[in-house]
Design a protein around this ligand. Structure first.
Ligand SMILES: NC(=O)C1=CN([C@@H]2O[C@H](COP(=O)(O)OP(=O)(O)OC[C@H]3O[C@@H](n4cnc5c(N)ncnc54)[C@H](OP(=O)(O)O)[C@@H]3O)[C@@H](O)[C@H]2O)[C@H](O)CC1
Ligand SMILES: [K+]
Length: 503
């Protein structure tokens, strides 16, 4: 699904209003109803509600929500924050529609702020996508006060003070919401880790924005949905055999890091590959043969490090390289030879990324259109560059993939998948329990398996990252977040495939 910019959101509103021949206030009413639907599922009328409305249409939403929640028997206190600026027409209209039992309290100075009840929920309707400058002055006072005293804050559409799609200047105050309920689509800002403290958990509620607009809008940013991923999953055919599902080669493992090879290999097999061969340093022979009997093993001449490229790679369909391999000179030479000679698709992870990061020569040898990189943020910094903020990092990510014509999975809570065409897709599965050693090796195994099975590199990235996160979510259901380990993710991969097939 596309992620729209702030101007595009306004265009989508306008097109919806004109196509449906409705008044803008009607769209606001729809938005308020959708918000209240979500709110009622989460909170009961025993919970006092304090709504803080700003001067624009986000504030107007707040007024409509105040009326609707009052009708549903919530005890609503409404505060209108205004430093003397103009209010929008739909704000005015909803102000007039307020029942007299919900009298608005004006806040024109921070001295007007009243204590918030202990068990209350604060609804933040100060600013939405119309934010045009950093929040300072009275509005900042209110936001800072809410951040200090609100027991629970739910932001309408976006936390007030946060820009939708660009860096918010440091001087601007931003609401720290526990939940953000966004209309129709999530905002780009929600996918960036730097905004976690503001956005909290985000949710979307449909408000019937123009399907034609959404279909035609151009956006380099998308987020991955279950339905889209389900469409990518290829069924198995009755007369297929193991040759149908590809032969993957994993180059991984090293002295003290054979676990990485085991995890990648197991995940590759669970990722559905027909055949798997693993090349590890000789020291890994017994480990791999015992821990992963389904895999074939080619021991390297070198005991501790990968050093020798296989003479023939013809029988393989995809190669995964990196987990546990270290950064020895011999291994770097092997990697250089591999990049220079192979025309197979490559999944490049961990120390293989570090080796390429350390050598312009290796970077120059990257085959075009054949590589998936899977860095975590530190590896990204080494391979690409340091960035001042996460918007800049997204731009660096796009540029690198464009220049090297490669794919990249930048791992994080919403992993970002970049394509050579300059598109970025955010994943929507996974949880904090997966921030543990070895989950990256598991991803390398899954991606290699999918590429070997004939998925395009883009499909493999999208589907693989989604399934990896889904398996992590299913694992969380059994073992919780804290105790979750990488093997749990592999163990839940079969269920993840099944759930996606069924859904
Ligand atoms: N489809 C939808 O998503 C729908 C969204 N709706 C809601 O509408 C808002 C967007 O409303 P808009 O009126 O465009 O903008 P805001 O409410 O965010 O704020 C605009 C007013 O605030 C002033 N402003 C902006 N920045 C600041 C600031 N830093 N300090 C003080 N004042 C500020 C701005 O003044 P200007 O001088 O810039 O003109 C405006 O007065 C969207 O987020 C949804 O919540 C609709 O309900 C319909 C469906
Ligand atoms: K808001």
């Amino acid at each position: 699904m596309k992620i729209l910019s702030a101007p595009q959101t306004r265009e989508a509103d306008a097109q919806t209003i004109s196509e449906e021949k409705i008044a803008s206030e009607e769209l606001m009413e729809r938005a308020a109803r959708a918000f209240v639907g979500w709110f009622e599922n989460k909170f009961t009328p025993e919970c006092p509600v304090c709504i803080f409305s700003g001067p624009g249409n986000n504030g107007g939403d707040g007024l409509a929500v105040a009326r609707l929640l009052h009708q549903r028997l919530f005890d609503v206190q409404l505060y209108l924050v205004n430093d003397g600026g103009q209010t929008s027409p739909d704000f005015q209209l909803n102000l007039e529609r307020l029942p007299h039992e919900v009298p608005p309290h004006d806040i024109t100075s921070k001295d007007h702020l009243l204590a918030i009840p202990d068990k209350a929920c604060v609804i933040d309707a100060l600013f939405g996508t119309g934010l045009s400058r950093p929040v300072t002055g009275l509005y900042a006072d209110v936001i800072n006060w809410l951040n200090e005293y609100s027991p629970c804050t739910v932001a309408i559409d976006i936390p007030s003070g946060l820009y939708t799609d660009k860096q918010t200047p440091a001087e601007g105050a931003i609401v720290q919401a526990h939940h953000t309920v966004s209309f129709e689509l999530p905002k780009l800002a929600f996918f960036l880790p730097q905004h976690e403290q503001y956005v909290g958990e985000w949710h979307t509620v449909p408000i019937g924005l123009s399907p034609a607009y959404l279909a035609e809008a151009k956006s380099n940013f998308q987020y991955v949905t279950q339905k889209e991923m389900q469409g990518l999953l290829k069924p198995r055919t009755k007369f297929s055999h193991k040759g149908t599902y590809g032969h993957a080669l994993l180059l991984c493992g090293g002295y003290g890091k054979m676990g990485a090879a085991v995890l990648a290999a197991r995940a590759c097999l669970r990722g559905g590959v027909g055949l798997l061969t693993v090349q590890t340093p000789a020291i890994g022979y017994d480990v791999l043969q015992t821990a992963v009997p389904e895999a074939m093993l080619i021991p390297d001449n070198n005991r501790k490090h990968l050093s020798r490229l296989l003479e023939s790679m013809e029988k393989y369909d995809a190669i995964g390289i990196g987990p546990g391999i270290g950064t020895e000179r011999l291994t770097k030479t092997l990697l250089g030879q591999l990049l220079a000679t192979t025309d197979l698709p490559l999944v490049i992870d961990a120390d293989a990324i570090n080796l390429i990061a350390s050598s312009e020569k290796l970077k120059a040898q990257l085959p075009k259109g054949k590589v998936i990189f899977t860095p975590h943020p530190k590896e990204f910094e080494r391979l690409v560059c340091k960035s001042n903020n996460e918007y800049e990092r997204l731009e660096e990510l796009r540029e690198f993939c464009r220049v090297y014509q490669c794919y990249m999975v930048l791992k994080g809570s919403h992993s970002a998948i970049a394509t050579p065409e300059g598109d970025i897709y955010f994943n929507t599965t996974g949880n904090a329990g997966m921030a543990t050693g070895g989950t990256g090796d598991v991803l390398t195994g899954i991606l290699t398996a999918l590429v070997a099975q004939g998925y395009t590199l883009k499909e493999a990235c999208l589907l693989g990252v989604y399934l990896h996160g889904l398996a992590g979510d299913l694992a969380k259901g059994t073992v919780g977040e804290i105790a979750l380990i990488a093997s749990d993710v592999i163990q839940h991969l079969p269920q993840a495939f099944q759930q996606l097939r069924r859904s």
